[in-house]
Design a protein around this ligand. Structure first.
Ligand SMILES: [Zn+2]
Length: 409
């Protein structure tokens, strides 16, 4: 953990003070107090690394007890999760810690015309966080939020007329924007920057971008509603590699699970070795920036139980997305009283020239995936592959998870 940081003890001291305060706050939570009893005093970054990790439910328990309140301005409540887990609450002060992000990472400047296409409202933070960054950069902001299918062409024509230079959203939503532009034959020649946050970058975006906005380059942020922005990258970095901010300690634990310690003095959430479920490694970034960067390998919890066996949904999705004619995929699991009655692989084929051979793909997946061949050996017809016009996405965040579980009614 400490190798990520080349802090002198002097520079580390204010950060350690924040860690000690988070620890004190966590110790006041009755459910968590026994876990921290008898810990060594936190005098070095190594002492932070020796504390027990905090899981999503732990943080939720702590926040319910602590009810944090910002020292200045409003206290904002946000909802995290909901794509693949039960919703949790997170707190943030006005500004959303973006001053620290802007000090290190400036994808926007005063001359930019920026479309904020992260969905607003419904207690999701990304739209407001991007607005705070735009404020700091002094650019022109077009706060669009989320739009519905038939609205895209008109908005895109407006963006072209306004000479939009930057747009930001989750990769799933950005794909809709650029796919609609491409389908309508619209281009955004002035677009230079595509900001993204909320999901992994989707390489399929590049082919639409090459046609719609050939000058555009991606600028990514990595974080969560609990930690806020942990790291950022630039077009020179690989899309899965981020440079952590100085106030964010990143630690790689067993099974490459990442945990985060947020040491911004304004921080309302006691984020002390908090595990988001993401796995990763500390690497040297090919962009050449000194210091270690964080390569994010994806979530370790994308293994779902299907009839008592683990199904690696990311592997299934990656396999079918390599097929010609497939621009996206998702695993839909239908359950009745906790048992999977049906597993379907949904293939997004809209706007593609080639049509995938669904029955061949189905047979290949059944043969190659132990969980499917074993779990469905008596009723193989309960596993299907079908083409769809749209994948199932979260109405609130616009995120499209690799798997969705539905209750059979
Ligand atoms: Zn880099």
């Amino acid at each position: 953990m400490t190798e990520l940081f080349s802090l002198t003890p002097r520079a580390a001291e204010p950060l350690l003070r924040v860690a000690r305060r988070s620890l004190e706050r966590l110790t006041t939570v009755p459910e968590l107090a026994p876990r921290y009893a008898g810990h060594a005093p936190v005098l070095t970054l190594d002492d932070v690394a020796a504390l027990p990790p905090l899981l999503k439910d732990d943080l939720n328990t702590a926040l319910a007890h602590l009810e944090p309140k910002a020292e200045h301005g409003a206290t904002w409540l946000f909802q995290s999760g909901g794509s693949t887990g039960a919703p949790k609450l997170g707190y943030a002060p006005t500004g959303f810690y973006m001053a620290g992000v802007h000090a290190r990472w400036q994808p926007l400047d005063r001359d930019d015309v920026f479309v904020n296409a992260w969905g607003a409202g419904r207690m999701w933070g990304a739209h407001f966080l991007a607005a705070a960054l735009a404020d700091l950069s002094g650019c022109q902001v077009i706060a669009v939020g989320s739009v519905t299918g038939e609205e895209y062409p008109d908005w895109l024509a407006f963006f072209a007329a306004r000479g939009v230079t930057a747009i930001g959203g989750t990769p799933s939503v950005l794909r809709l924007w650029f796919a609609h532009a491409r389908a309508a034959g619209l281009t955004l020649p002035a677009l230079r920057r595509v900001l993204w946050l909320g999901e992994a970058w989707q390489p399929q975006l590049e082919s639409d971008l090459a046609v719609v906005a050939p000058q555009a380059r991606r600028w990514g942020m990595f974080g969560s509603t609990e930690t806020w922005v942990v790291g950022t990258n630039t077009p020179e970095c690989p899309a899965d590699t981020f440079h952590p901010l100085p106030e964010q300690l990143v630690h790689v634990g067993p099974d490459e699970l990442l945990d985060f310690t947020t040491l911004d003095p304004e921080m309302l959430n006691p984020v002390l070795r908090y595990r988001t479920g993401d796995a990763g490694r500390l690497v040297a970034c090919p962009c050449g920036r000194p210091g270690r960067a964080m390569r994010v390998l994806g979530r370790r919890d994308n293994v779902v139980q299907v009839r008592g066996l683990g199904l690696h949904v990311d592997e299934v999705v990656a396999q079918v997305e390599r097929e010609p004619g497939v621009s996206g995929a998702q695993v839909l699991i239908t359950e009745r009283q906790g048992r999977a009655t049906r597993v379907e692989v949904l293939l997004l084929t809209a706007g593609q020239d080639a049509a995938p051979d669904l029955e061949r793909l189905r047979k290949e997946l059944l043969a190659a995936t132990f969980t499917l061949s074993t779990g469905f050996q008596h009723d193989p017809e309960a596993f299907q592959v079908r083409a769809v016009d749209a994948l199932i996405s979260n109405d609130r965040t616009g995120k499209t998870a690799n798997f969705v579980v539905r209750e059979d009614s």
